[in-house]
Unconditional design. Sequence first.
Length: 123
Amino acid sequence: MPATPVGPTVLIVDDDASLRLLCRVNLELEGYHVLEAPSVAAAEGAVAADTVDLFLLDIHIGADDGLALMRSLRAREHNAPVVLFTGSATLDPITVAEADGVVPKPFRLEQLLDVVRALAPRR
């Protein structure tokens, strides 16, 4: 039996394990290859070990800073789109402009899938 083709790789960076699980299961059902990271250090390790086509980053990853990770990726010319998760009612317009998408928490699953479908390149 031939192997199932793997879709684009999405890295979910969030300290909330249940949110990562919800996203991972649903994105895998859509055909995406999903990696998870509960911290910036784990995300850096995932980026070093695998090609990432789309980042889903929480702005506050425990004590870590998702915005700093996004800016670090950009400084290293990592061109994959970055979507920010936020529970904040307001975001700085400059921060919003830096990201490729923003998904407010709590979100509807279809809202997340629409953003991923629009931004994740198909191989």
